[in-house]
Design a protein around this ligand. Structure first.
Ligand SMILES: [Cu+2]
Length: 290
């Protein structure tokens, strides 16, 4: 393209210089018209059409291939379901692959590698947007969109849902943590471990008694609910409820007791009817899920 542009530029400048040098009236009106039709219309149409066809053909070749992990991101109302190291089959898939190491609302990425997000949704259209790292990509029910990202600088970045998806849309954020590839591997290895929960743990007993396990999984225990976020390593995350509150024992208690006041429209029932002690016991136990 550069070579072509130089040739055309030299020709156009040459013509202009030539035009200033010739005697007025040296060429007739017909000759002038011919130059405009051939040089000004036909030539650019042919050249630009050829470039367009060539460029479109080149697009798949230029698309960056991932050389890092494949991470499934499911946009839910109103949080992000994450699974590390899933098997992403090429081609157009209708739903996200099962398996992988589950997490939520926080995505760790290795710096300097091209990781691939497989992005889907079980309910409505959302959009994953991590402004410092990549452009927006819609999460559409019934199809899987792919997004290759290559973060270069370690750090913590913010992401949001960028497509109105319901009441709590504005409280559907996430954190992206970019670390070295070694730290990334260690993180995923830690996340793949089950939680260590004693059978006589007071907080865990109240967690199951109140039916939290119907919606939440704590790997290594009998809690295998799939509706809400995996809580196995909840306390290792930076925020609660998709960026709504910073992670702390007090905020965990606030979220469980005043769920709808903290996040209006949230798809989890409030447990305000529980006694303060009971909520404190549950929150204290959740805090141990590092
Ligand atoms: Cu959303």
């Amino acid at each position: 393209m550069l070579a072509g542009a130089v040739v055309i530029w030299v020709a156009v400048i040459g013509l202009s210089v030539f035009a200033t040098k010739i005697r007025p009236g040296a060429y007739g009106e017909k000759a002038g018209l011919r130059l405009i039709v051939w040089g000004g219309c036909v030539f650019p149409v042919v050249v630009l059409t050829a470039l367009l066809v060539w460029g479109l053909q080149m697009m798949p070749v230029l698309r960056a291939e991932a050389n890092g992990p494949t991470i499934a991101v499911s946009a839910e109302r109103f949080w992000w379901r994450v699974a590390y190291d899933v098997d992403g089959e090429p081609g157009v898939a209708k739903s996200l692959p099962e398996g992988g190491v589950p997490s939520a609302n926080e995505i760790w990425l290795p710096a300097g590698l091209r990781s691939e997000f497989l992005i889907g949704s079980p309910d409505v259209i959302h959009s994953l947007w991590i402004p410092s790292i990549a452009g927006k990509m819609d999460a559409i029910p019934g199809r899987v969109n792919r997004l290759v990202v290559e973060p270069t600088k370690p750090g913590v970045y913010n992401g949001v849902c960028a497509e109105f998806c319901g009441d709590a849309h504005a409280q559907m954020a996430l954190r992206v943590v970019v670390v070295s590839p070694e730290e990334y591997e260690a993180y995923v290895a830690r996340q793949s471990q089950p939680a260590s929960v004693g059978a006589d743990d007071e907080g865990f007993r109240r967690f199951t008694e109140n039916g939290c396990d119907a919606c939440h999984t704590v790997r290594g225990t009998a809690a295998t609910g799939k509706v809400g976020p995996d809580l196995t390593h909840l306390a290792s995350r930076r925020t609660i409820a998709a960026g709504t509150l910073p992670m702390s024992p007090e905020n965990l208690a606030t979220f469980v007791g005043f769920t709808h006041r903290v996040k209006p429209g949230v798809q989890m029932p409030s447990y305000g009817m529980l006694s303060e002690d009971e909520i404190a016991a549950i929150a204290g136990w959740l805090e141990t899920l590092k």
